[in-house]
Design a protein around this ligand. Structure first.
Ligand code: QZP
Length: 403
């Protein structure tokens, strides 16, 4: 413990709103302010603390004993207010409760378990790319690639029925907004919460799922006693919440990166084995998941500041991923760097359990594109889709030049 511990009163407070529309649309200026203000800042607007530097974000993410998830990883404190839905058994839980569901998903989504999908997804990616290239040269890369491909493969892999899949992206949008404050983004969708929640919950039932997908495997784990049967539908729900919008906007980030960095696209085409590292670099560079919270389980010190027990701490993943103290030339999208150590998938015991699925999707799509597309040329202004947590896209107009 440092002897010169700042009290909250002495720590300079910042009166900024990280969830304001202009910040969500363009977060880099705030990130620089946060990193330069110190290892920890007080965000007076919401009475929370914020971490913008890589070292402190990584330290908090890996110290689950002092920075818990069970009080919710959004602004809402589950110890004081009722969550908008039953808390996730993975995301919004701590050891020991967290561990059994985590183990089940980890095994289900580990590389060996995904091998059976590899060829199928490569073929599906080729057919998505074929279809796009048979149309007009100008297209919206968000709709025809970043959304089309995950929606073609992931719901089938989970084992969803054919009806209502158009609810997946709106449900994710709602869930990721719900981690932020109750602002305009949340109230605008309030009328959809009941309907979307009801649909998603219904898809998690054993009867709603095919017998060969991730969903059925989760129910089989319950039959083996690795989970309770009461837990199984909530674990399926985690796949449906965390597995769609994240990959869509991760792929959109990669496509945006390549459209604005033609030299890096040439490099990928020359060395397609770089597809995986390219995806991780895009996740570092854009950070599709920008922020989430932890809650202090005790009075804890960060960088000489005492954070009182029970306080929410906002971790700026996007800021940590461009911290010049951690990365050389952090604003550069660069396939030749080693992006490992980025916190775009989190870090520690909660680190994205679906990351191998996401990488497999990205590898399939980028490889199929690299084989046939010589250049991805911007063909209009890209438009962001504002969300309290996601750095998301509305559209990305491009012209695809075939090889
Ligand atoms: C969302 C769930 C970046 C995270 C907040 C993504 C996420 C992970 C898990 C769940 C939802 O378990 O519902």
């Amino acid at each position: 413990m440092s002897t010169a511990t700042n009290t909250a009163a002495k720590l300079p407070g910042l009166d900024v709103d990280p969830f304001a529309p202009d910040v969500l649309a363009h977060p880099e200026p705030l990130h620089q302010v946060l990193r330069e203000a110190g290892p920890v800042v007080r965000l007076t607007r919401y009475d929370v603390y914020g971490l913008g530097r890589h070292a402190e974000v990584q330290a908090a993410l890996t110290d689950w004993q002092h920075f818990e998830s069970g009080a919710g990883v959004g602004l809402a404190d589950f110890r004081r207010e009722k969550p908008w839905r039953r808390p996730s058994l993975l995301l919004e839980a701590d050891p020991p409760h967290h561990d059994a569901p985590r183990r089940v998903l980890r095994e289900l989504l580990a590389p060996p378990a995904l091998r059976r999908l590899r060829e199928q997804w490569a073929t599906a990616a080729e057919s998505v790319v074929d279809e796009v290239l048979s149309g007009a040269a100008e297209c919206d890369a968000v709709r025809v690639l970043a959304q089309a491909f995950p929606l073609k493969v992931f719901p089938d892999a989970v084992g969803l029925g054919p009806d209502g899949r158009e609810n997946l992206l709106p449900y994710g949008n709602l869930a990721f907004n719900a981690f932020g404050p109750v602002n305009e983004l949340v109230t605008a969708d309030a009328h959809r919460v009941a309907g979307l929640t009801e649909w998603v919950d219904a898809q998690c039932a054993r009867e709603a799922l095919t017998d060969d997908g991730f969903g059925a495997r989760i129910w089989a784990a319950a039959d083996r006693g690795d989970l309770t049967h009461d837990q199984a539908p909530l674990v399926v729900r985690s796949l449906l919440t965390a597995g769609v919008d994240t990959t869509v906007h991760g792929l959109a980030a990669a496509l945006y990166a390549f459209s604005t960095h033609p030299d890096q696209w040439r490099l990928l085409r020359a060395r397609p084995q770089l597809a995986r590292v390219a995806f991780d670099e895009a996740v570092r560079w854009q950070s599709p998941v920008q922020t989430f919270f932890r809650t202090a389980t005790a009075d804890v010190e960060i960088g000489g500041t005492l954070i009182p027990k029970g306080t929410k701490i906002l971790m700026f993943l996007g800021s940590a991923n461009r911290d010049p103290a951690r990365w050389n030339d952090p604003d550069r999208f660069d396939l030749t760097r080693d992006p490992s150590g980025h916190v775009g998938f989190g870090m520690g015991i909660h680190q994205c359990v679906g990351q191998h699925v996401a990488r497999l999707e990205a590898e399939a799509l980028l490889t199929a594109l690299a084989r046939r597309v010589e250049r991805i040329e911007p063909a209009g202004a890209p438009r962001r889709h504002l969300n309290n947590t996601l750095r998301a896209w509305h559209s990305l107009p491009v012209r695809l030049h075939t090889a």
